[in-house]
Design a protein around this ligand. Structure first.
Ligand code: XUL
Ligand code: CO
Length: 441
């Protein structure tokens, strides 16, 4: 059901529905058919698509060279609460027109921060009540909430890792409020992206102490939320740099090591973002695989970077090849544990028509849907799985199998090599694998 408030913001645009790839209606899904089953699960269940409140309803498109270019009608009022209500109306109109089941937010996306923590708490509570009503009327759910502990200048030296305890305590207060709000809105997960948890220079930084503080904060947040009855997952969102020169949650492997060290690994999983993976010099499917291998693949922030530059451009996904490789990981490892696909992506600064945000999300959704369908076909009707499995066939029986089981000593291994004929040259067949993806797209 489409939810419009007192006034309609996206006039002339109705519900976006599946029309198939022959449709010439740009405001329709060509590949995403929510009820279509892929490997036994509907696409709706596979993806749990979510709209990111911050990019679509807050970000006005400013960059270091000029101010924003988006003129949002919900930003008109000088009263912050009125702006927050109007923005919520616009958000729920958009989410329901897209037919999405989920959204995600930072505390400060919902209502501007005020000059005091107690006023922030009051305002968040008020807008939270309004959003709860909207959720009830629309059935739209909260995929995850989070606290923005990086924009406010008080966090310029970090939040949980700030060298000043007063700032750490302030971050704790903000995280507690964001947890309360997330729990009260039935949030299924809670995210920590360590925006300024990292350093600019090691000369002035006690890394070991800062990491202990971060572990401490996450443990306290976990304990608090669990005591309030929250039984969803906590997600860490790795990113290697930007805004800090070095961020502590550099990539999936680093974050997993951290979570294990601080005994947070049974409550926390990872939220893997495409552009963060590429900034860490990895591929999206690499990060998904590392997380899935640790049984910590929780959620995805969908977007893409730009091959010609090295920062977080947060563009909407369009790369079928890249996303198909990612969907192969998802289908082979059992999918996302509790999370979904959140479009942490923004339209370009010069995309200023009010329908651009629809085209952007439709493109992202269809890219994921088409990639999922392609990945299913590859797994069901191509040689992909058997080719990959056969590369490791020498470990399925005999000495290889003994090695895998751990029943060979190094001496025994060495003896096998001395007695055996030398290894043959075996092709990795990379180009053949690459062509299979192309064939099925
Ligand atoms: C920043 C980023 C954030 C997180 C939530 O690069 O991805 O928007 O997703 O704080
Ligand atoms: Co993100």
């Amino acid at each position: 059901m489409i939810l419009t408030g007192d006034k309609e913001f996206y006039k002339g645009i109705g519900a976006i529905t599946f029309e198939g790839k022959e449709s010439d209606n740009p405001l329709s899904f060509k590949y995403y058919d929510p009820e279509r089953k892929v490997m036994g699960k509907t696409m709706r269940e596979h993806f749990k698509f979510a709209v990111a409140y911050w990019h679509s309803f807050c970000g006005q498109g400013g960059d270091p060279f000029g101010p924003g270019t988006q003129i949002f009608p919900w930003d008109k009022s000088s009263d912050p609460m009125k702006r927050a209500y109007d923005k919520a109306d616009a958000a729920f109109e958009f989410i329901t027109k897209m037919g999405f089941d989920y959204f995600c937010f930072h505390d400060v996306d919902l209502v501007d921060e005020s000059e005091s923590l107690s006023k922030n708490e009051k305002q968040l509570h008020e807008i939270g009540n309004y959003i709860a009503l909207k959720q009830k009327d629309s059935n739209v759910k909260l995929l995850w909430g989070t606290a923005n502990c990086f924009s406010n200048p008080v966090y310029m030296n970090g939040a949980a890792t700030n060298p000043d305890f007063k700032v750490v305590a302030r971050a704790g207060a903000q995280i507690k409020m964001a947890l309360d709000l997330t729990i009260s809105l039935g949030g299924e997960n809670y995210v920590f992206w360590g925006g300024r948890e990292g350093y600019m220079s090691l000369l002035n930084t006690d890394m070991s102490r800062e990491l202990d503080h971060m572990g401490q904060m996450l443990s306290m947040a976990r304990d608090y939320a669990r005591a309030q009855g929250f039984n969803g997952s906590f997600f860490i969102e790795p990113k290697p740099m930007e805004p800090m020169k070095h961020q502590y949650d550099f990539d999936a492997a680093t974050a997993i090591g951290f979570l294990r060290e601080y005994k947070l690994d049974s409550d926390f999983k990872l939220n893997i973002e495409v552009n963060h993976a590429t900034l860490a010099q990895h591929s999206f499917e690499h990060e998904l695989t590392v997380a899935a291998n640790a049984e910590m693949l929780g959620s995805i922030d969908a977007n893409r970077g730009d091959n010609q530059n090295g920062w977080d451009t947060d563009q909407f996904p369009v790369n079928l090849y890249e996303v198909t490789e990612a969907m192969l990981v998802l289908l082979q490892t059992g999918g996302l544990k509790g999370g979904g696909v959140n479009f942490d992506a923004k339209i370009r600064r010069n995309s200023t028509d009010f329908d651009d945000i629809f085209h952007a999300h439709i493109g992202g959704v269809d890219t994921f849907a088409r990639a999922l369908i392609t990945a299913e076909k590859i797994l069901i009707s191509s040689e992909y799985s058997s080719l990959r499995k056969n590369r490791y066939a020498s470990f399925d029986t005999g000495n290889g199998n003994q090695f895998e089981k751990g029943s060979l000593t190094l001496e025994a291994l060495s003896k096998i090599a001395f007695n055996d004929s030398p290894p043959k040259r075996t092709s990795g067949k990379q180009e053949l694998f690459e062509n299979i993806i192309n064939q099925f797209i």
